[in-house]
Ligand binder design. Sequence first.
Ligand code: NDP
Ligand code: 2IT
Length: 444
Amino acid sequence: MSYVDEIIEKVVKENPAEPEFHQAVKEVLESLRIVVDANEEKFRRDALLERLVNPERQIKFRVPWVDDNGQVHVNTGYRVQFNSAIGPYKGGLRLHPSVNLGIIKFLGFEQIFKNSLTGLPIGGGKGGADFDPKGKSDREIMAFCQSFMLELYKYIGADTDVPAGDIGTGAREIGYMFGQYKRIRGLFEGVLTGKGLSFGGSLARTEATGYGLLYITEEMLKCHGQSLEGKTVTVSGAGNVAIYAVEKAQQLGAKVVTVSDSCGWAYDPNGIDVKALKEIKEEKRQRLTEYQKYRPNSEYHEGKGVWNVKSDIALPCATQNELDLEDAKALVANGVIAVCEGANMPTTLEATKYLQENGIYFIPGKAANAGGVATSALEMAQNSERLSWSFEKVDAKLKAIMIDLFHNIENAAKKYGFDGNYVVGANIAGFEKVVDAMNAQGIV
Ligand code: NDP
Ligand code: 2IT
């Protein structure tokens, strides 16, 4: 059996009930097959793949907190420190009831290659808890965040492990966590990114993931003689990534006609009103049902449905496995030309294969959404030099990073005979730097 197949089998056997982690490992290792086969003897002797798929450390802890009625709740917190070969662990904290160890491991594993692709010195990690921030008061959110940090602080630091936001963790949560870390450690340091602008946050970090997604999409289209101008775009999600993807897509001349949340989706034939979306989601923290009050000509539908809307470009920006084979078929039937992932692993393996086989340009999340973590690394750089850069400076660096990243994955795909396959290109290009650093640092 080939080394790649052996490791995939081992991961499935040794990590039961972690299907998302299996999926992420399969996608990456299948792409690396050509590189691994060419180096099989050395990689086997060094147990390189075993070291790659086993986190350096995984931390699981109890998070007790008290609600506004005096009731005590207990959640489970996680931090998976996956790989520090190229820099301190870096990756977000997800707060969502669906969080479990397998979800955090899939996200942490993806983060290794994504962070490598940014070209910046950051290793891979991820964390979170099965806490549901929905419907909680600010005091309850603070109580949870403080309790979470009371344990997490032992394992993180500006040069060790630097968490950030992800689903359910935005500026409010990062603020409470930062305050608690500072209080416990007596240390004002860049231990978290996505901080408020008044205490070390970076301009453009809020926008970075969505903007970066559009910068790479535009560059990819440009290389195929096209542009975003005049294109119809479908977006899923209505959170941080989705909002700024909509904003930048429209700035670049496209018309975005959908957004969604976990209850339903909005269709606005005249183009999503970003100002209304921000007010509903960022300020009032309401459901998308409210959108129709701002835009009477829009439609609201319960459940799933964004991928059945005719579009040129689809940008899944909500969560993992939200775009399955049926959705891929609907997209292709409706003439989509590109699918670029704002979320982490939103497309199932079968759907990805179908899109690629039908000639759709497909950029995987670890490349397409890397602008968020890249800008987090720029926030770390600003914190280290105790300076704050202008919005224009950060945004220009973000754009340059995304353009470089695109050419890097495109060239890697070409070099190995997979021209136009950005999944293979991203996995190989991300892996090459990590493996070089792992080899240089010996068996650790
Ligand atoms: P937010 O919490 O800001 O928004 C998430 C959005 O997705 C919400 O609209 C939410 O709806 C929807 N959603 C979440 N879970 C589900 C689900 N199970 N089914 C249907 N809809 C769902 O998160 P972000 O925008 O930050 O993250 C979105 C995706 O992008 C995630 O995959 C994340 O890992 C990834 N990502 C985020 C980065 C960042 O910088 N924030 C960077 C790179 C990737 P509802 O509010 O109803 O739950
Ligand atoms: O998935 C991701 O890349 C993030 N949630 C952002 C991580 C970060 O450290 O900014």
